[in-house]
Design a protein around this ligand. Structure first.
Ligand code: 13P
Ligand code: SF4
Length: 330
């Protein structure tokens, strides 16, 4: 972002909004006027999920970003997601309500260090979890998400040597599921590393028979206790299709909005963290608000761009993932 863009971004974020304005109606109006589409991740605020044209996990969001015919994509998510949308639809304007919505997992893998790491394993194929920067994707052979990581690894020959990054927890889970020996980058997500095994054990004792649904970004000690492990879409589908009435959910709290909406008769208990704060909220995801979404659509800022040479290299591993996913019916 250059200095002029920064000034624009700052100026627009400070713009006052008439408190009597019906933001839902205004956003709908702007969306039609500008032929824009709103793609939202399940970790967004309930209001944002409710106004989105599509809500989904990272795989679903990438698939939507690749096929939309809108002129503008408003990405209600974090920076790497908006970048992925831009890489898949370079001709479209991609907006992110708060340009500072980053990701601790993406930050845990600086591309220049990963490049050196990769050089130590010249005969390895690089699979990267989509939660990483565009620059990192450009250094990869195949991208994956939490809903297809196992299948992507399994689609490769058994003797294929693989580096998996940046999430060590997802990587360890995939290694265990596939029986492959993966070389892991030591990255992690701050939200999924916070859950307390002791507190979950006590909760399970108090609620006999309640199932633990966990995201594979959680640490192994949590995944060992889980009754179901999957992406946000997987967790939502599992809870909806299950005859059970009560669940403990070990992932970011935003998913509870859809879970509750689709299952008003069921109870969802957020998995307790190690300390007493509201740590299952992702501070990056939660930077986006309905107000910022409105201003972003109105001013068409902040815009997320990706340098052309990065798009050229990053699009191949993402498209490879989309092709394998389509072949597998994911
Ligand atoms: P999924 O929705 O693909 O499971 O991703 C979880 C996540 O951490 C996104 O930031
Ligand atoms: Fe990144 Fe974790 Fe937030 Fe997802 S939940 S955006 S992985 S910090």
């Amino acid at each position: 972002m250059d200095i002029f863009e920064e000034i624009n971004v700052k100026g627009f974020m400070e713009e006052a909004i008439d408190p009597t304005l019906d933001l839902f109606a205004e956003i709908e109006k702007l969306k039609k006027q500008k032929n824009a589409v709103i793609l939202a991740h399940y970790y967004q605020d309930g209001d944002i999920q409710d106004i989105a044209d599509y809500i989904g996990d990272s795989l679903g969001l990438s698939q939507q970003a690749a096929k939309t015919d809108a002129d503008i994509i408003v990405f209600a998510g974090v920076h790497f997601m908006a970048e992925t949308a831009k890489i898949l639809s370079p001709g479209k304007k991609v907006l992110l309500p708060d340009v500072k919505a980053g990701c601790s997992l993406a930050d845990s893998c600086p591309p220049h260090l990963f490049k050196k790491f990769k050089e130590q394993y010249p005969d390895h194929l690089v699979i990267t979890y989509v939660n990483c920067t565009a620059e990192l994707k450009a250094l990869s052979d195949i991208v994956c998400t939490s809903s297809n990581a196992v299948q992507i690894v399994e689609s490769l020959p058994k003797d294929q040597k693989i580096i998996f990054g940046p999430d060590k927890n997802l990587g360890a889970y995939v290694a265990k599921k596939t029986g492959r020996d993966l070389v892991l980058w030591n990255g992690a997500c701050m939200v999924h590393e916070i859950f307390s095994r002791e507190k979950i054990t006590r909760l399970k004792e108090r609620h006999q028979g309640v199932k633990l649904l966990a995201h594979p970004e959680c640490e192994e000690v949590i995944l060992e206790m889980a009754d179901y492990i999957g992406s946000t879409t997987g967790i939502l589908k599992y809870a909806t299709n299950s005859p059970d009435k009560e669940f403990i959910v070990a992932t970011e709290s935003g998913i509870l909005h859809q879970m509750q909406k689709e299952n008003p008769d069921k109870t969802f208990i957020p998995a307790p963290p190690n300390n007493n704060c509201a740590c299952n909220d992702c501070p990056h995801m939660k930077r986006n608000t309905l107000e910022k979404l409105y201003l972003c659509l109105k001013n068409e800022l902040p815009e997320v761009t990706v340098p052309e040479h990065i798009i050229k290299d990053a699009v191949k591993p993402i498209e490879r993932m989309l092709v394998i996913s389509a072949q597998l019916g994911l």
